[in-house]
Design a protein around this ligand. Structure first.
Ligand SMILES: [Mg+2]
Length: 160
């Protein structure tokens, strides 16, 4: 059976996940040797990078930095899941979603809490990213997202 694009992306994703697990072990040894976490080294690298605007401005370099940022985040999420376990992280998804709900209710009651809402949105986004990782569904989520956006565009066009 010929593999569809979805299968290919899912395979690639699983491959990257496995690589990240091995990277994680490497990260821990880097931390032992250098005394810095990989995130700290990464931040140092990025701040140095920003001092060179001409290089930074090329599309290729920007995409490298964005790619490195995504990989760095994935690695942090993998470690969080490995550290606290899937059960605890799934509960955190619900906890963070209810914290966001609470802040939205406060806004409806007339409170100026945009900062608090922004913080809770960030929490929920972080937990949703971990949920996608735990269930191995990032590609599926993106597919649904694109389909739903397309339907939304179509419905908006019907209204005109
Ligand atoms: Mg929160």
């Amino acid at each position: 059976m010929k593999k569809g694009d979805g299968d290919m992306y899912a395979d690639q994703y699983r491959h990257i996940s496995a690589r990240l697990m091995r990277l994680d072990e490497l990260n821990l040894s880097i931390q032992k040797v250098s005394g810095y976490t990989v995130e700290q080294l990464f931040q140092m690298f990025l701040s140095g990078y920003e001092l060179k605007p001409p290089e930074y401005q090329s599309v290729e370099n920007i995409s490298k930095v964005v790619g490195a940022k995504v990989m760095n985040e994935l690695s942090v999420f993998q470690r969080a899941i490995a550290t606290w376990g899937e059960d605890a992280q799934m509960k955190m998804v619900l906890e963070e979603m209810s914290e966001l709900q609470k802040e939205i209710c406060k806004l409806w009651r007339g409170k100026d809490n945009r900062d608090a809402i922004a913080e809770e949105v960030a929490d929920v986004e972080i937990m949703l990213d971990q949920l996608k990782l735990m269930l191995d569904i990032p590609y599926e989520v993106e597919q649904h997202r694109q389909n739903k956006l397309q339907r939304l565009r179509e419905r908006l066009e019907e209204k005109v």
